[in-house]
Design a protein around this ligand. Structure first.
Ligand code: UDP
Length: 474
């Protein structure tokens, strides 16, 4: 028997919350939009389908957008497809190729298509039993594209959302498009994060652009006082010492909880609470360039500053749709272990516990608030939620000038963009400059928060999705 589709439970959250953080004009638009959505989507469900309920940006966004939709009395639901090892190898390959990254070096031919379609069959069978004729379907990412034809054959409105992309596609990316196009072309609409990500061969009239967003009230992004930051970091083992008081945080549903799990740390000694930290938070993925982040720190930042590097990712056991995680983590762990002791002592690799999503988010929140500089030195990036998260916390972010990061950061104003993500000296210089110029760091951090308030909060993307999906209901 194939594994059952997972249905993720989402408790409603009040969209009215956003009135307190949006500027007045946006607040009014949002209030109006919520009212309209409630009417349009009465008596039907909006089904979101993806391949993981935890880990990574898509799961993160769905969790909050669906909660606010439900709070607006729109019946938004979330189904997670189940795949086997070979399926996730193929979809990881597609993901890598879409970023022009060879990954495991394998191709995308007939054999891979059979693996892909065979694994999707039982998911399609189960899913089509759940949907009703008036429902609307929003499929996310390459893993679900193969479901489009069957759902269209049932006459349902189907929108496909691609969260990944590359500004300058090469043959690898084009091959991945070719693999997916037979499915995607059948969708009523396709959504990309930015214009440069849109594939050749798609119908312009069906193409929509919606940038991702963050939830200002989630455990990951909500305000947190300095004492809570320290207490959470200490309870999670992310800094040394104890006696910091109760490590409590607010869950997504508003209830209070305390940190119960500890991070798995790869370090010489725990971080001093007062240490200045440079932080990257990312899945253990080669495209996030953990080795480059560490190497650049070792060669260009550690020798001239007192800063420590914290590189945090999810516990690798937890992210089921990413077979490369363990290997990437191991590479980083060995790289650190082979460094001279005085440099290894400045580097702290953290695997954050994933048993409890809210708890994990609170740890990320505390890490980002505690960071002096946030880094996102990815080699490829669809959007980079971690950039918006750091900016919303008023941190100066140093990040690669790629993908959606460019839409978030105006270089020198709301963050620092690195023209060449592989130029470790430039990355080092940008971080050192901020460490040496606290006033500049504060000015950039303040501007960054306002930029996110204006453009990248959940209220905006929620409205865009409602408008798009509203097109297909009568
Ligand atoms: N993240 C997390 N816990 C971790 C590592 C990452 O919650 O241990 C989150 C991170 O805060 C962000 C998301 O995962 O919200 C990653 O999204 P992003 O767009 O940066 O990259 P993706 O993983 O989608 O490529």
């Amino acid at each position: 028997m194939p594994a059952e589709l997972e249905l993720v439970e989402i408790a409603p959250l009040p969209p009215e919350r956003y009135q307190s953080v949006l500027n007045p004009e946006r607040a009014e638009d949002f209030r109006e939009g919520v009212k309209v959505a409630k009417e349009i989507f009465a008596d039907r469900a909006i089904w979101n389908v993806n391949s993981t309920s935890a880990g990574g940006g898509v799961a993160e966004m769905l969790r909050s957008l669906l909660a606010y939709s439900r709070g607006a009395e729109v019946d938004a639901r979330w189904a997670v497809i189940q795949g086997n090892g070979p399926f996730f190898e193929v979809t990881k390959r597609i993901h890598n190729h879409l970023h022009s990254f060879a990954g495991d070096g394998g191709g995308l031919g007939d054999v891979e298509r059979t693996v892909y379609e065979d694994a999707l069959k039982p998911n399609i069978e189960q899913f089509t039993k759940l949907v009703r004729p008036r429902d609307v379907i929003l499929l996310h990412d390459p893993q679900t594209a193969g479901m489009i034809p069957a759902l269209k054959a049932m006459g349902l409105p189907v929108v496909w959302r691609c969260h990944v992309g590359i500004d300058t596609p090469d043959d690898l990316a084009r091959n991945a498009w070719e693999f997916l196009l037979p499915y995607v072309l059948q969708a009523d609409a396709y959504v990309f994060s930015r214009k440069t990500f849109v594939w050749d061969g798609l119908d312009e009239a069906r193409t929509w652009l919606i940038a991702p967003s963050i939830d200002a009230f989630s455990p990951k992004n909500r305000d947190m006082d300095a004492d809570s930051v320290t207490a959470i970091l200490a309870a999670a083992g992310l800094i040394g010492g104890d006696g910091y008081g109760e490590a409590s945080f607010l869950r997504q549903d508003g209830s209070r909880a305390t940190i119960q799990h500890r991070a798995e740390m790869y370090e010489e000694a725990p971080l001093e609470p007062t240490a200045r930290t440079v932080l990257q938070v990312s899945r253990w993925d080669a495209l996030k360039d953990p080795i480059g982040v560490i190497k650049g720190f070792v060669e260009h930042i550690a020798p001239v500053t007192d800063a420590h590097l914290v590189y945090a990712g999810p516990s690798v056991a937890a992210v089921a749709d990413d077979p490369e995680g363990v290997a990437v983590l191991n590479t980083a762990v060995s790289y650190r272990a082979d460094l001279p002791a005085e440099l290894a002592a400045r580097i702290h690799l953290a695997c954050l516990p994933m048993e409890d999503g809210d708890e994990n988010a609170a740890m990320v929140n505390a890490l980002q608030r505690n960071a002096y500089v946030v880094v996102q030195k990815s080699l490829a990036e669809g959007f980079g939620l971690t950039v918006a998260e750091g900016m919303w916390k008023g941190r100066p972010v140093v990040a690669s000038r790629i993908g959606g990061i460019q839409d978030q950061i105006e270089d020198g104003v709301t963050g620092i963009l690195l023209d060449d993500a592989t130029d470790l000296a430039a990355y080092g210089a940008a971080v050192v400059d901020l460490l040496n110029n606290p006033e500049k760091a504060v000015t950039i951090g303040d501007a960054a928060r306002e930029r996110v308030r204006d453009e990248f909060l959940g209220a905006r993307s929620l409205m865009q999705y409602m408008q798009l999906l509203g097109r297909f209901v009568t």
